[in-house]
Design a protein around this ligand. Structure first.
Ligand SMILES: Cc1cc2nc3c(=O)[nH]c(=O)nc-3n(C[C@H](O)[C@H](O)[C@H](O)COP(=O)(O)OP(=O)(O)OC[C@H]3O[C@@H](n4cnc5c(N)ncnc54)[C@H](O)[C@@H]3O)c2cc1C
Length: 323
């Protein structure tokens, strides 16, 4: 089957959805193809009995006025809350109190709420994996894992750069060089439930190269009525790299750090492996263009969720300008 659309967006992450939303609002016929069942990509939450926990993005910032306006709207509907204005730090000297700075926002119903809100009303096909993107006349042909083919005059890829690179033998040499230059760190994320009361800290940034973790969060402090204490532990980039193929061996090392902060013997725990977590070397522009093929994502101009949102807005503006 071949379908003709104005623009196909591959990936329903924050960048792809903010772009698709802007394009659809301008009257463009746009369809989003997403390999997962859920929306939001790395702004991910796991459903737990009676609650949720964020195992991807932990919080987000809003320095860009366009995201600030969106956040104000979401605060009005009760979806977004200020979770913290600073975090504890853990070093060889022990746990230090946080200083106050800018707000860090979270979604009360889990970070994947952002995918649901941005994707609302859009034309999205879920659980479809794009396996190849090739040139077809002035446009592009997309091959899906299930054998479906799509054709579009313009295509927007919202995937981590290494995954985007793997889709296109036909990309220009410059595009391949840019995609090759972008790097990501992996992250092992462990969610664990405890009988102990919640800690005084909401988030802890680990400032110790020898520690297996880079971050701990009391995820249940984001929820209105938690029935237990849920912690999220993130392995440091070097630790996560070491155990990426043997994550079960990482488990005890990660739990020992929580134990040192008073959280021994979790009732349950669940590990998630992110091969591409945070951007370590970005492309220094808000989007990448290869003729009628465009790329967006956190790796375009930044490293985090806010950069992804802004990249989506900027690439949509460029695509609308080029109509
Ligand atoms: C463990 C972890 C912790 C983080 N902590 C923070 C934080 O505290 N604060 C912060 O601001 N940011 C944080 N981030 C980063 C933040 O999550 C990302 O910057 C942001 O969500 C990236 O959005 P994106 O749209 O660029 O990409 P993604 O979210 O990666 O979206 C890409 C989408 O494409 C889909 N896809 C991939 N391949 C295909 C294919 N072949 N076919 C179809 N669909 C495909 C994916 O399923 C996904 O939905 C964290 C990330 C991780 C993993």
């Amino acid at each position: 089957m071949t379908e003709d659309l104005d623009i196909i967006v591959v990936g329903a992450g924050v960048a792809g959805l903010s772009a698709a939303r802007t394009l659809a609002q301008a009257g463009v016929r746009v369809e989003v193809l997403e390999k997962s069942r859920g929306l939001g990509g790395r702004a991910a939450s796991r459903r737990l009995p009676g609650t949720v926990a964020d195992h991807g993005a932990q919080y987000f910032t809003a320095r860009d006025p366009r995201l600030q306006a969106q956040v104000a709207e979401w605060q009005g509907t009760g979806d977004v809350q200020v979770w913290a204005k600073g975090f504890h730090t853990l070093s060889a000297q022990g746990l230090q109190e946080p200083g106050e700075s800018y707000p860090r926002y979270t979604f009360a119903g889990g970070m994947n709420t952002i995918g649901k809100l941005l994707g609302d009303g859009l034309n999205i096909r879920r659980s479809v994996k794009v396996t190849e993107v090739s040139r077809s006349g002035a446009g592009w042909q997309l091959w899906l894992e299930d054998g479906t083919r799509y054709h579009a005059e313009r295509v927007l890829l919202n995937l981590p750069a290494p995954q985007a690179l793997a889709l296109g033998a036909d990309f220009s040499a410059r595009t391949k060089a840019v995609l090759n230059s972008v790097t990501f760190a992996p992250c092992l994320a462990l969610i664990a439930g405890y009988a102990q009361a919640a800690p005084v800290w909401r988030g802890v940034q680990v400032k110790d190269e020898t520690n297996p973790l880079s971050w701990l969060a009391c995820d249940s402090s984001k929820r209105s009525d938690p029935n237990e204490t849920v912690l999220v532990l993130h392995g440091s980039p070097s630790f996560s790299k070491t155990y990426l193929e043997t994550p079960e061996a990482a488990h005890p090392h990660m739990l020992r750090v929580a134990e040192s902060l008073g959280f021994a013997e979790p009732r349950w725990s669940d590990l998630h492996r992110w091969r591409y977590s945070k951007v370590t070397e970005p492309y220094k522009a808000p989007y990448l263009q290869d003729g009628t093929l465009f790329f967006c994502g956190d790796w375009c101009g930044g490293a985090k969720l806010e950069a992804a949102y802004v990249s989506g807005l900027e690439v949509a503006k460029a695509m609308l300008g080029g109509q």
